[in-house]
Write a protein that binds this ligand. Structure first.
Ligand code: RTP
Ligand code: MG
Length: 139
């Protein structure tokens, strides 16, 4: 995946609270182009594999349980400086520390149920995009 791309998920809390449309609107108004998108439901196995990098962290089990608790929307996004700009658009991991106007500030309730995921590096954006989308779905 090109380095001007990032990967996001709209997490189960935001999907079940009806914020999918508003969040996609914020993403598009933020200057990101949708390259690929799907509505899906992770199992504990697929969520566990996606978050393998956090396996040793104390929050891993809760994170996997939460991310497999309901449907999500996964997407690849394109913009100059995509990874960094998208993390600015979503705000801090803990929504109580997220800047006003950011997606987590507006739509998230807690550090666990924090509405959206954003890749933390170009390398992880490519890995995460490939986890959800085949070559035929990314162009
Ligand atoms: P994300 O991967 O979801 O975009 O979030 P992030 O980079 O801001 O945070 P990260 O460190 O990658 O953690 C992944 C997700 O795990 C949950 N978490 N809980 N209780 C805690 O201290 C804690 N720390 C992280 C969050 O839901 C975070 O989004
Ligand atoms: Mg992260």
């Amino acid at each position: 995946m090109a380095t001007n791309r990032t990967f996001t998920m709209i997490k189960p809390d935001a999907v079940s609270n009806g914020f999918t449309g508003a969040i996609l609107d914020d993403i598009i108004k933020g200057g990101f182009k949708l390259i690929a998108m799907k509505y899906t439901h992770l199992t504990s196995e697929t969520a566990g594999a996606f978050y393998e990098v956090h396996k040793e962290r104390p929050f891993y089990a809760d994170l996997v349980k939460f991310m497999s608790s309901g449907p999500i929307v996964a997407a690849i996004l394109e913009k100059d400086n995509a990874v960094e700009d998208f993390r600015k658009l979503i705000g801090a991991t803990d929504p109580s520390k997220a800047e006003p106007g950011t997606i987590r500030n507006k739509y998230a309730k807690s550090i666990d149920a924090n509405a959206v995921h954003g890749s933390d590096s170009d390398e992880n954006a490519a890995i995460e995009g490939s986890f959800f989308f085949s070559n035929l779905e990314r162009f």
